[in-house]
Write a protein that binds this ligand. Structure first.
Ligand code: GRF
Length: 214
């Protein structure tokens, strides 16, 4: 599909290497996703996500304790940036800060996040990065994977829209498992963003369902 005038304004939030952000941006550049990344927001000025955004000419906005020492400004500053770019979809891709409740309320059903486990398992406060994979291995889970969910006021708790499962091997290290889950993430997240931008996510009884494209 080629980009048209109805392309969806996306804002990406990322704190880390930004590989999920890159996987989505790649599909946009290939004309697969009818969206445009208008801004990348980060709390980490040294993140790979920001470096990549700069190299691709995507505007960035950095907020951190130094720039906004009083804390209160966090919500206001983010909110202003979202308004300026007329954001329609917020994509959290390894963002290590909580989205303010006011923004979650304002962008109801318009914020998605990716998590490296089969939610609701191994989600919530403390389950981030390698902690997730360590716990999966420790509990001898047979399967793990990636989940994309809509964001509510609690960590990793909103309605799940898509998941991709993989087998956990008996001798997996957390790093090996993380690497295989990440491969799934890079396939799954662009698919969900694509579906969103094509209005193919329907809600039934508060559950999001992706319908197939024509
Ligand atoms: C991913 O594992 C994602 O599931 C989690 O944070 C990590 C971000 O990785 N929310 P990257 O920065 O996209 O490489």
């Amino acid at each position: 599909m080629s980009l048209n005038n109805n392309s969806v304004n996306i804002v990406v939030f990322a704190s880390g290497s930004g590989s999920n952000f890159k996987s989505i941006h790649k599909k946009i550049k290939e004309g697969e996703i009818n969206g445009k990344i208008k801004l990348v927001i980060s709390n980490n000025p040294k993140s790979g996500a920001l470096k990549y955004a700069i190299s691709e000419g995507i505007p960035i906005f950095v907020h951190n304790q130094v720039r906004f020492p009083d804390g209160i400004k966090y919500y206001e500053s983010i909110s202003n940036e979202l308004t300026k770019v007329n954001a329609k979809l917020l994509v959290l891709a390894g963002y290590m800060k909580k989205i303010p409740d006011e923004i979650v309320a304002h962008f109801e059903r318009r914020i998605i996040n990716i998590h490296p486990s089969l939610l609701p398992k191994f989600g919530g406060k403390g389950f981030f990065g390698m902690n997730v994979h360590r716990a999966v291995i420790q509990l001898k889970e047979k399967e793990s994977g990636a989940s994309v969910h809509f964001v509510n006021q609690n960590y990793d708790d909103g309605p799940i829209v898509a998941q991709s499962a993989i087998a956990v091997k008996d001798d997996d290290s957390p790093e090996e498992l993380a690497a295989r889950v990440l491969v799934e993430e890079h396939k799954l997240y662009p698919e969900v963003v694509k579906a969103y931008c094509e209005n193919r996510i329907l809600w039934e009884n508060n559950k999001p369902i992706i319908v197939k494209g024509s």
